[in-house]
Write a protein that binds this ligand. Structure first.
Ligand SMILES: [Zn+2]
Length: 257
């Protein structure tokens, strides 16, 4: 499958392939039409979601929204923002780093948000930078969203202090990471540089650590006031199953007081 995708990428121009994938998604969405699962991000209702996962260990059924490509963790963040914050109503200056496809256009279209996207190199980002050295003045943003980035960064302490610096007082940051919730301690070793060994130890060949439950200590060390919750469990079993929420994910709401 991967080699077919690589071949297609070589033969056809990228804009054509993007249009093709959107068309394929629409066709798949028609086949999955139903009312058993619901995506709060795009409002789509389906018989089930699509399967997803890079490896056998992370592969799973019924998790990827065929319409907007949200996964469990995206739906959880959306619901948190909707139910627990004023993200969708208040005028806010937002920096979205490594913007997820399912959020990107929606956030940009919200008239209450002054929205900037950032990334190391993604062509869809407004500004390109390394998260360890963010080119904005301190106290600039009301909200910073930077999910699944810190596990790739050499110095997460430097990145966290940068994320804290650019946030306005009373602002908040969403900084979700992959985590081993069974391990109290983050596993990392800068001498491990072999991609296969990184994949074995940290789940992906470009990860430099696997966070444990001490993740909140690291955020606090950077200055954040951290509110950790198992937010999926605040929904009824029926609702959580309908949205297909990640039941073991710890959600971190990080404020600059
Ligand atoms: Zn969706």
């Amino acid at each position: 499958m991967k080699s077919i995708i690589r071949l297609l990428l070589q033969i056809f121009p990228r804009p054509f392939l993007i249009r093709l994938s959107l068309l394929i998604n629409r066709i798949i969405a028609v086949f999955l039409v139903g009312n058993k699962v619901e995506c709060p991000v795009c409002g789509g209702k389906f018989r089930k979601f699509l399967p997803y996962g890079y490896t056998k260990a992370t592969g799973r059924d019924n998790c990827l929204c065929p319409k907007c490509l949200s996964l469990e963790r995206h739906r959880l963040m959306w619901l948190y923002l909707q139910n627990e914050t004023d993200f969708f109503s208040k005028n806010l200056k937002v920096l979205h780093i490594a913007p997820e496809q399912c959020f990107f256009k929606k956030f940009r279209s919200l008239s209450n948000l002054d929205y900037t996207s950032g990334d190391l190199e993604s062509p869809i980002a407004d500004v390109h930078f390394d998260v360890q050295e963010i080119p904005f003045e301190e106290n600039t943003f009301d909200v910073v969203i930077c999910n699944h980035v810190l596990e790739h960064v050499d110095s997460d302490a430097k990145a966290m202090s940068e994320l804290y610096r650019i946030l306005k007082p009373e602002g908040f940051a969403i900084l979700q990471v992959p985590m081993d919730t069974e391990n109290p301690k983050t596993e990392e070793d800068p001498s491990v540089t072999d991609p296969k060994e990184r994949e074995r130890l940290y789940r992906q060949k470009d990860h430099v650590r696997l966070y444990g439950l001490d993740y909140s200590d690291r955020l606090q060390a950077a200055g954040f006031v951290v509110k950790a919750s198992q937010y999926s469990k605040e929904f009824s079993e029926e609702q959580a199953a309908r949205y297909r929420l990640p039941m073991n994910e710890i959600f971190y709401f990080n404020q600059k007081i």
